[in-house]
Design a protein around this ligand. Structure first.
Ligand code: NAD
Length: 442
């Protein structure tokens, strides 16, 4: 149980983990490719380097994050000194998804360990090669009684959820998030739920369309659109649509060539079940670009859809694939009608050179986080909390906040004995007027 109380021990084990992830980096990149042809560039940018940077940051700041914080005391308690102690929750369960299967498993694990917890991690069954290398790394670095990887699918996940945990950290779909929340409620276990949603991308008439197209293509088609904060659909001012579609086509071709199925920079859908789910969303008469697929290869080309109805299949649920529906609006009321039809999304993006318009949008709608004039880069700043709101999640993490997520804040007042005001003690007779005056001044 050294990990619970000994900060140096936690630091040493995280250094060991850092060395192990460096040693295995190429194998991790290969595993991500074997699982769904994640391009090496994306694997380094969004997975391996992210984890290394999280480890370095945690190792550097751990002592500071873990030490008791002195808090300005209340005059009511005079004389006292007040503190917040960071206490590990105890046994933590982490359930991870498949879309960033390495980073979204390892980052919460690093934070849970840094905060002094015992951890059980269940990586996704849909990316078996990555899960295997994660299990190998963890077993090399940690004692099983400290951190353990349990592999398996839904049944294993449900068995784990039936146990009593001190904290559950879940990343995945809204549907499973509700199952996790119910299981946690049985034991009043605190949870973080990192979920998804339909992320709008709003473009007004002042936007730099060419640059917007470039940044949206990057955010939408990275990881073949299987990113929780990828733009889900476009809402563009009606008169701008045709130009924008032209720019989108140019940018897609620039990024992935004439045949994206031959590009080494374009990932595959994680499995044929998901591929079939996505193919059903493509209504051929609405396709303005792409629309090719090969279910055996789990391939769907970057696809643009001109959409006019929010009742179509593609507008019913989170897409989570390389298909981008483009809807138009004429005024702000139409934007509101569409956005308010959906639960609060994990991300929202607005492209505009009119700051009062973008400010109005980001203040009016509730969503996890987002960008003005870009997509997805909110993830890149560890000082920004990352998490949803409403159906897109409960709680947020990243940077020092991740350490706090896995720590209970224990409030302690250290009272001095050299002075003891008699007023608070019964009998209260004759003290009411005095206490009223004192309270007025506090
Ligand atoms: P998922 O909910 O299907 O699976 C996540 C985890 O839950 C896996 O480990 C899986 O084994 C387990 N699981 C699946 N069904 C279960 C059940 N019935 N009972 C108990 N456990 C179960 O999610 P996914 O398909 O792996 O990931 C895609 C979803 O995750 C998308 O909705 C996406 O938006 C969301 N996501 C969110 C974030 C975020 O940070 N907010 C990040 C990545 C993905």
């Amino acid at each position: 149980m050294e990990y619970k109380t000994n900060i140096n021990f936690r630091k040493e084990v995280l250094i060991k983990l850092l060395n192990a992830v460096i040693v295995h980096e190429n194998k991790i990149i290969q595993a991500l490719h074997d699982d769904f042809k994640k391009p090496a560039f994306e694997a380094v940018l969004t997975e391996t380097n992210y984890v290394k940077s999280e480890l370095k940051d945690t190792i550097k700041n751990l002592k500071n994050w873990a030490k008791p914080k002195r808090i300005f005391p209340s005059l009511l308690n005079f004389p006292s000194s007040d503190y917040i102690y960071k206490e590990p929750y105890g046994k933590v369960l982490i359930l991870a998804p498949w879309n960033y299967p390495y980073q979204l498993a390892l980052c919460p694990l690093i934070s849970a360990v840094s905060a002094g917890n015992q951890v059980v991690l269940k990586p996704s069954e849909l990316t078996p090669n990555t899960s295997e290398i994660i299990a190998k790394i963890i077993s090399e670095v940690f004692d099983k009684s400290h951190v353990e990887v349990v592999q398996g699918g839904v049944e294993v996940s449900q068995e784990l959820l039936a146990k009593n945990w001190d904290y559950i950290f879940f990343t995945g779909s809204v549907t499973v998030g509700k199952i996790v929340a119910k299981a946690a409620a049985e034991n009043l276990t605190p949870v973080t739920l990192e979920l998804g949603g339909k992320n709008p991308c709003i473009i007004d008439e002042t936007a730099n369309l060419k640059l917007a197209a470039k940044r949206i293509v990057w955010g939408k088609f990275m990881n073949a659109g299987q990113t929780c904060i990828a733009p889900d659909y476009i809402l563009i001012q009606k008169g701008m649509k045709n130009n924008f579609v032209t720019y989108l086509k140019e940018e897609i071709t620039k990024a992935y060539g004439e045949n994206p199925n031959k590009s080494n920079d374009f990932a595959r859908i994680v499995n044929s079940k998901n591929c079939q789910r996505l193919v059903k969303m493509i209504e051929p008469e609405k396709v303005v670009f792409g629309g090719e697929y090969d279910i055996e290869d789990c391939y769907i080309s970057p696809t643009l859809i001109e959409e006019t109805s929010i009742d179509s299949l593609i507008m019913k649920e989170e897409i989570f694939g390389p298909i981008l529906p483009i809807l138009t609006y004429e005024n702000e009321i139409e934007i509101e009608t569409i956005i308010s039809k959906y639960e609060k999304p994990l991300a929202l993006y607005v492209f505009s050179d009119n700051y009062s318009f973008s400010k109005k949008i980001i203040q009016k709608y509730s969503f996890g986080g987002g960008c003005i004039n870009d997509t997805m880069i909110q993830f890149g700043n560890k000082r920004l909390p990352f998490g949803g709101v409403g159906h897109s999640g409960i709680g947020a993490y990243h940077g020092s906040l991740s350490f706090d997520v896995f720590s209970h804040n224990k409030s302690i007042v250290k009272k001095a004995n050299w002075l003891d005001f008699p007023i608070r003690y019964a009998p209260y007779k004759g003290k009411l007027a005095t206490i009223k005056t004192v309270l007025k001044w506090l």
